[in-house]
Design a protein around this ligand. Structure first.
Ligand code: ATP
Ligand code: MG
Length: 280
């Protein structure tokens, strides 16, 4: 993975230079000219003196699929809360690309700037069909100017078909979402997030409560998204993490900071990681 440079105001891209062009291709409003989609620096979150995050440093490259592991209470969900504006850091900075300061934005603005988040429990519109759920998600996409009552173009229908296939729900599009299995609802929600074309997708324990077969298919799904989206996945299921991490970076959080980072093989053989997490 390439080295990521520190964001802020010190960098001025010249019009027409390679970095600017790269930023235009990948960015869509987010300046990723230095290769980073997310950059957390020295983030601390204190709850009544207890540090849920403690000078956390972490960056994600454009197109990277990053797995985050670590024991209960390590701060994984709190980190996602900071990225999405749900929790304000006590100190530290959080950048989306080079120029967007997440610590100054509302949850709403962060979502519309292109950070999609999936919570652990599926939240789909149960009364509506699978297709309607995807359609509604598409129409909530700020980048696509569209009213709720306008008809879908063939291009938009094509996009929904593509997502249906990806989330393994082709042929089920007319079923009410409430009748889907737990795993299928999780896939539908991932599909709904993808309809909004996020620049960064955050998934908190996506396979919790899934059957082994569903977990396996979720790993396939994420492997299909690899490189097309920047994704952060928090999981405790190590077989699943091994499947999706492949040769990419895995970050181990412990007591609010990064304990170790490297390939799955590297972190699995790290004595400190075995001690606090994997060995238990
Ligand atoms: N709003 C809050 N007020 C006080 N303490 C909190 C709050 N939110 C989280 N914490 C504490 O911060 C620590 C980190 O919690 P967090 O939920 O981020 O852990 P996690 O790594 O996601 O754990 P898990 O694997 O169990 O989901 C925990 O000790 C938790 O009790
Ligand atoms: Mg959590």
């Amino acid at each position: 993975m390439s080295e990521v440079l520190k964001p802020g105001h010190q960098y001025q891209a010249e019009p027409g230079d390679a970095a600017t062009a790269y930023g235009k291709v990948k960015g869509e409003g987010v300046d990723t000219s230095h290769g980073a989609i997310l950059y957390l620096e020295d983030i601390t979150v204190s709850f009544d003196g207890f540090r849920a995050l403690n000078k956390l440093n972490l960056d994600i490259s454009v197109g990277e699929l990053r797995c985050i592991i670590g024991p209960n209470g390590a701060g994984k969900t709190t980190m996602m809360d900071v990225i999405t504006g749900k929790t304000r850091p006590t100190s530290g900075s959080a950048w989306f690309g080079q120029t967007i300061d997440l610590t100054r934005m509302t949850e709403y603005d962060i979502a519309h700037a292109g950070i999609g988040r999936k919570f652990q429990r599926p939240t789909v519109f149960e009364q509506h069909s699978v297709f309607e759920n995807l359609e509604l998600a598409m129409k909530m996409n700020k980048r696509v100017r569209q009213t709720l009552f306008s008809r879908l173009s063939s291009e938009q229908k094509g996009k929904i078909d593509e997502i249906l296939k990806l989330i393994r729900l082709s042929g089920q599009e007319h079923r009410p979402a409430g009748l889907l299995s737990h795993g299928q609802k999780q896939w539908l929600e991932i599909g709904m997030l993808l309809m909004q074309e996020p620049q960064l997708l955050l998934l908190d324990e996506p396979v919790a409560g899934m059957s082994d077969a569903e977990t396996e298919r979720t790993a396939e799904l994420l492997n299909e998204l690899r490189g097309k989206h920047s994704i952060m996945v928090v999981e405790h299921d190590m077989a699943f993490v091994t499947e999706i991490a492949q040769q990419g970076r895995v970050t181990v959080l412990h007591e609010g900071s990064v304990l170790a980072q490297g390939t799955m093989q590297q972190v699995q053989s790290d004595e400190r990681v075995i001690e606090v997490y994997l060995g238990r």
